[in-house]
Design a protein around this ligand. Sequence first.
Ligand code: ADP
Ligand code: MG
Length: 731
Amino acid sequence: MSTLRFKAVEEALKRAPVDATTPGKMPSEYFGKYVFNRSQMSKYLSKETMEIVLDAIDSGTTLNRDIADHVAAGMKMWAVEMGATHYTHWFQPLTEGTAEKHDSFIDYSDGQRNNIIERFSGKLLAQQEPDASSFPSGGIRNTFEARGYTAWDPSSPAFIIDETLCIPTVFISYTGEALDYKTPLLKALSATDNAAVDVCKLFYPDVKKVYSFLGWEQEYFLVDKSLYYARPDLILTERTLLGHESAKNQQLEDHYFGAIPPRVGSFMQEVEHEAYKYGIPLKTCHNEVAPNQFELAPIFGETNLAVDQNLLIMSLMHRIADKHNFKLLLHEKPFAGVNGSGKHNNWSLCTDTGIGLFTPGKNSHENLLFVTFLVNTLYAVYKNNALLKASIMSANNAHRLGANEAPPAIISVFLGKQISAVLDKLENSSEDDEISVDELKKMKLGVAHIPEVLIDNTDRNRTSPFAFTGNRFEYRAVGSSANCSSAMTALNSVVAAQLIEFKKEINKKTEKGMKMEKAIYETLRHYIKESKAIRFEGNGYSEEWKEEAAKRGIDCETSVPLIYDSYTTAQSVEMFESLGVLNEKELHARNEVKWETYAKKIQIEGRVLGDLCLNHIIPVATEYQSMLLDNLYKIKTVFDKDKIEKLSWEGAAIIEEIAEHISAINRNVHDMVEARKVANKIEDAREKAIAYHDTVEVYFSKIRYHVDKLELIVDNRMWTLPKYRELLFIS
Ligand code: ADP
Ligand code: MG
């Protein structure tokens, strides 16, 4: 009989909510308490230093060593007063999550090594050389010369966690190539800023800076800790590789509207308080569609900072979940048959003068600016739809896309009825029309009349991977465990490159004597015509859309290793290089890492699946089968021939069914292992990943099918793995 499973269920059922540690104050009194933010800086830095640092943050100027020394002194004083004893450069390697190497502040104060003091210099603040050999580099950095260094990013404030001062940094190889997510993101944001300012100046010459904003919505599952530890697949792969759907799952949609379970409420309360201490402005926490699935979202902020805050909150959530006797699942698809978890990236651009570039304006001039940015984004997404898909793709996310209420692995743009109508009218207005801005109203383009309701997001299509939602785009294809940098680097880059092209086109036309407005309209009209294929207002979850998208020439590739190829096409390389975001060598190296990661993930899943089948499923099924056989024999000894026929036919059929499933599992596991052996011999990372995708992963669903059938047949008391109804409905 299974004991661990039933013990786990018992423990989970007995649990009471764990009290949330709450500061007992209003958030405004402790918001950003652990962050060396502007208000702390003003207390610990001289006025001059402060001004130079703020200028560096706002305009990206470089800080010299002297200033770094001043900042380090102030930062250390603040950190020590807050109880910090260590410091670390906090960076984002190409694996998931963040990395850090802790050093103590202590040092000898004198040559005789008599006195210990706390020391922290500008040099230590600005640059570090972690032993980086174990982080993936895609061959850029050989392990024998493990030199990579981290360098301070002053635009994201330092913070204290567990008595350690964490300093956000970029991570670069000794030869200058990016080994992390942050470096290209910062470059992409700067490219967007420059390109967008140039375009804004056509309308408003006083614009000096354009900010990229990100508001992420983090979805996640919580599973009781004891149940989690009774599932080796969850422990080792963060998803259930086996498990029959629960008789009831999300079809009634009662979880979405239901009350938050008390244990979860307590967890959320604590997450909220901790987030506030770290200056993360959490705004909403609520249930999601699937049972035991939830979401939280902050007020949006500058993209680089928002990315860091997302990474920080993911790690805070892990430890707070643990305290509340839960395990946090950030995997994109922990459970088959119910919704997966995404991380919608709400993205917009805004000028330093306060103009939201995706916000419909109040007059025709503002609206032309709005349409300009909207159409350029549309065109950029159209031209780079395959690349954008590559930026959000992973072994995990591949399970989510195209399954249960998730966007398909096809990028399309939803604009909504009104904006679509505006673009249609614009497209169909005559080429020869001399269109001045003031004539907008006369032409009834509708641009000047976009009603305010749009801003309320009433027109929504939840099935679109990239949707316009009134004043921003919502990039919904991003996965819940992802570092948003990947998607944000790609998106900001393609839009920056497009805006540069647009500006060139306008210059060309106006230099030939065309009026500015006409030049803009003509160019936009051309873009609208060209990019039509990317616009889709229908149901993105439908099968018809897949066919239609293929006809339209939108990228429909579903094999993860092949999707990554979009990063190294001539078009992508040209685009990233021209912006200075990533060079060809970096792009190739990063793909190597992606392919390696993909192959490793599938390899681990394959091993766990094989082990579970051989050690859990088959022994239990065989045992149950023996019981039935035993029973059948006994029936035969007790009853006469006529009765046996009547009484035992079902037993025999079940025995046969079990035998068939067992042999199918055995055969498929055996074949999968053989396929793995072949794949493992392949040296080339891309070829290996393709082999894992094409020849290994294909067995997962075949094996699972038979296991899940057995789960329905075998005696519940014998089944060792907690079932979906237990994992999903106990909280
Ligand atoms: P919904 O679930 O309806 O999409 P939420 O309120 O859960 O809405 O999340 C919306 C997210 O979008 C929040 O993080 C919010 O701060 C963010 N957001 C709102 N306006 C903008 C904007 N102009 N730019 C970027 N993000 C935005
Ligand atoms: Mg949303």
